[in-house]
Write a protein that binds this ligand. Structure first.
Ligand code: URA
Length: 201
């Protein structure tokens, strides 16, 4: 049987997700599924779409996205080297934090994305996404996880929903926009990501 390229299977998945009856779908303008290279070794995972993302149906196209593009550029990478998606596939009203039932309903789609992309490294962007991966889908446990200041750049070998990958938490691009010291840390953390993904297996 012909194997389907990840690009095609992700397109199919996006079409299925569009049809799914998910919380927040009614109040949102567009599904925000993912962007970048479906065959990338590096996957970035953010929290939820903002206003610009909702309007354009693409993750990280607003201020945080512009900052992310710049940051990737400074470490010699581009959107072609990564695939990027969010925990929530629809924007919460007024960008409020995700609620438990939204996480439960939306994350099976994120898990399907990771299973198609099979990244070597998942970079969780910011506190929220990091806590999500470390708490193994248990929203209650999310409250007790270490913060991003403590664990950014620390490589964690994790098993998640039957998959094994390295998790490298990073500061969220929106949080470091005007902070030179944190930008330097972000760049250092990305050197670790690059080193791991360039390694021959
Ligand atoms: N912040 C996120 O976490 N995701 C987006 O898509 C945009 C901003």
């Amino acid at each position: 049987m012909e194997s389907i390229d990840a690009t095609q299977s992700l397109k199919q998945l996006e079409e299925e997700c569009k049809k799914a009856d998910l919380p927040l779908k009614q109040s949102a303008t567009n599904l925000v599924f993912g962007k970048g290279n479906p065959n990338a070794d590096i996957m970035f995972v953010g929290e939820s779409p903002g206003n610009n993302e909702d309007l354009q149906g693409m993750p990280f196209v607003g201020a945080a996205g512009k900052n992310l593009d710049k940051l990737l550029n400074t470490v010699g990478l581009s959107m072609q080297d990564v695939y990027i998606a969010n925990i929530l596939k629809y924007r919460p009203p007024q960008n409020r934090p995700p609620q438990e039932e939204e996480i439960r309903a939306h994350t099976p789609w994120l898990i399907k994305q990771i299973k198609e992309i099979k990244p070597k490294v998942v970079c969780s962007l910011g506190n929220y996404a990091t806590k999500f991966f470390l708490s193994g889908l248990n929203p209650e446990k999310m409250k007790n996880q270490p913060g991003i200041t403590q664990i950014h750049g620390k490589v964690q070998d994790i098993e998640f929903e039957g998959m094994k990958f390295k998790l490298i938490p990073l500061f969220h691009p929106a949080a470091i926009i005007y902070n030179r010291a944190l930008i330097t840390l972000w760049e250092k953390d990305m050197e670790i990501v690059k080193e791991i993904t360039n390694k021959k297996q």
